[in-house]
Ligand binder design. Structure first.
Ligand SMILES: Nc1nc2c(ncn2[C@@H]2O[C@H](COP(=O)(O)OP(=O)(O)O)[C@@H](O)[C@H]2O)c(=O)[nH]1
Ligand SMILES: [Mg+2]
Length: 262
């Protein structure tokens, strides 16, 4: 994880989509990669990882409380780069927008591209640029929530940085993690990245419109996902063609209804 390679997120920049200037800016820090691997350093690294995660969990609980007080359902959407997270969210905003207010926290290392796409689809969004960091953490989401200030009783998507490794370890205060995997990635990803799939409340198997063109067996991928997360719900979708999206909206609705409104 990040504490091991030294990647930091202290320089995260948070920008409200549609505004020219960053809303919240910590100055980037010098970035050191110290890759020596002696026994002593290994012990130090493990304890640093535990401290980083314990601190994160504390802030995640504060986020969870903040969201619960407002009856906001937050879903942390993760995947490898390009699996279709933003496409799924754009379509969800367009199709659910009439009945639900949706806001989005976008995480990427650089650019405002995804926040701009979300805004064009009709939802308010903030972009968190993590710089060298490879995941969102709870502190970034806490700051993004202050900037975004989502209305009580609404639906919040957090699109994580495209990465199936570190986002599995960082609780953001979300209700559930939604892992998107696409048919172009191969059926073995749940086995190779078991922490991410074990943490999933829902797995979306996207780009099924491409099944005729790729060597991908849906049953095998589902079996692999269930080998690390036996009861997980898996929804095959095409975010571009629309297959399976009614089941996705029904899943979201069922979880909105379990979020107490205050
Ligand atoms: N064929 C197909 N392409 C898709 C689908 N969903 C997303 N894409 C394409 O995959 C690429 C990456 O999508 P994007 O939403 O940006 O992925 P992200 O990095 O996970 O946010 C884009 O070219 C999308 O048009 C899908 O269901 N089917
Ligand atoms: Mg995206």
């Amino acid at each position: 994880m990040c504490a091991t390679c030294g990647c930091g997120q202290d320089g995260a920049v948070i920008t409200l989509a549609g505004h020219d200037h960053p809303h919240d800016h910590d100055h980037p820090h010098d970035h050191h990669h110290d890759h020596s691997h002696g026994d002593h350093e290994h012990t130090e690294t493990v304890s640093l990882e535990q401290k980083v995660l314990a601190k994160n969990d504390l802030i995640a609980e504060q986020n969870r409380q903040w969201l619960a007080e407002r009856g906001i359902l937050a879903l942390n959407v993760t995947s490898s780069p390009g699996a279709g997270k933003t496409t799924l969210l754009e379509r969800t905003i367009r199709e659910l927008g009439a009945t639900r207010t949706v806001t989005v926290i976008e995480g990427d290392q650089e650019t405002l591209l995804d926040a701009d796409r979300i805004r064009a689809a009709g939802a308010r969004a903030v972009q968190v640029n993590t710089g060298a960091g490879c995941h969102l953490d709870a502190a970034m989401v806490g700051r993004a929530l202050e900037t975004l200030d989502p209305e009580p009783g609404t639906l919040l998507f957090i699109e994580n940085v495209g990465n199936l490794v570190c986002p599995a370890l960082f609780d953001l205060g979300e209700h559930s993690k939604v892992v998107v995997v696409s048919v172009t990635e191969g059926t073995d990803k749940p086995l190779k990245y078991p922490h991410m799939f074990a943490a999933a409340g829902l797995v979306i198997l996207n780009k099924i419109d491409l099944l005729p063109y790729v060597d991908f067996d849906v049953e095998t991928c589902c079996r692999h996902a269930r080998s690390v997360n036996p009861d997980v719900t898996i929804l095959p979708t095409s975010a571009t063609r629309g297959d399976g999206l009614d089941a996705w909206y029904a899943w979201v609705d069922a979880h909105v209804n379990t979020t107490p409104a205050h």
